[in-house]
Design a binder for this molecule. Structure first.
Ligand SMILES: C[S@@+](CC[C@H](N)C(=O)[O-])C[C@H]1O[C@@H](n2cnc3c(N)ncnc32)[C@H](O)[C@@H]1O
Length: 208
């Protein structure tokens, strides 16, 4: 059954605007931790040239994603696949883009490590890792609401929490990815991006 979550309903259009800026018209995308499937359906419908494969480990989420995919009738929205980032190595064909929204703060740090390392392995040369969610910048929260959110996450599970962008960038660099850009998003969220490239390294994220 299709699930309808308020957060992706609010943020899917602002995220789409940034994805249109970043993705090639025929991008092959692997979405990690796709949740309800609302993002996948919205993005695949908006850009028929993108080929979108959503994944998640949760059976109920996979059922919802499959329902969105089937009801949409979209050829470019593929059947979802079960993928737990911690079950490595991922058996997935190379893609142009790995997109993941709102997972790394609601999962143990090992999930961020696995996501970045495996994405770096399967991205084609020039491919992008794109993450969406809240981040601490320059060692500080970007708002009081993010600080409160961080505390509530940690009270639910001490291994969860809003991550430092610089720490995630260090992971990405260690995996051979190059910093691209940060896009400030509504509600104190960020889109942050890295590219797999053999070229010159970028400067990394800055708080400003
Ligand atoms: C807060 S939801 C975000 C869903 C969706 N991306 C969104 O922004 O609406 C977190 C998602 O992370 C997924 N998740 C949790 N642990 C995971 C893991 N080890 N590997 C992959 N996904 C995981 C959950 O099943 C859930 O769908």
């Amino acid at each position: 059954m299709k699930q309808l979550w308020p957060a992706p309903e609010r943020n899917k259009e602002p995220i789409l605007e940034v994805l249109r800026e970043l993705l090639e018209p025929s991008a092959e995308v692997l979405e990690i931790a796709a949740g309800s499937g609302q993002h996948a359906e919205h993005f695949a419908r908006a850009e028929p040239g993108w080929r979108w494969r959503a994944t998640d480990p949760d059976p109920e989420h996979l059922t919802s994603i499959a329902a969105y995919a089937e009801e949409s009738g979209l050829d470019n929205l593929l059947a979802p696949a079960r993928l737990d980032v911690l079950q490595r190595p991922w058996s997935v064909a190379p893609v142009d883009v790995v997109f993941c929204a709102n997972m790394i703060h609601i999962a143990p740090w090992a999930c961020a490590e696995a996501l970045v390392a495996e994405a770096a392995q399967l991205l084609q040369e020039g491919g992008l890792l794109i993450l969406y969610g809240p981040y601490r910048l320059g060692g500080a929260h970007t708002s009081e609401s993010n600080e409160a959110f961080d505390a509530s996450l940690k009270s639910r599970d001490p291994s969860w929490g809003v991550r430092d962008l610089e720490t995630v960038d260090a992971l990405a660099k260690a995996a051979g990815l190059t910093w691209v850009k940060r896009f400030p998003m509504p509600a104190n969220n960020q889109i942050v991006t890295w590219r797999r490239t053999s070229g010159v390294e970028g400067h990394g994220p800055t708080a400003s």
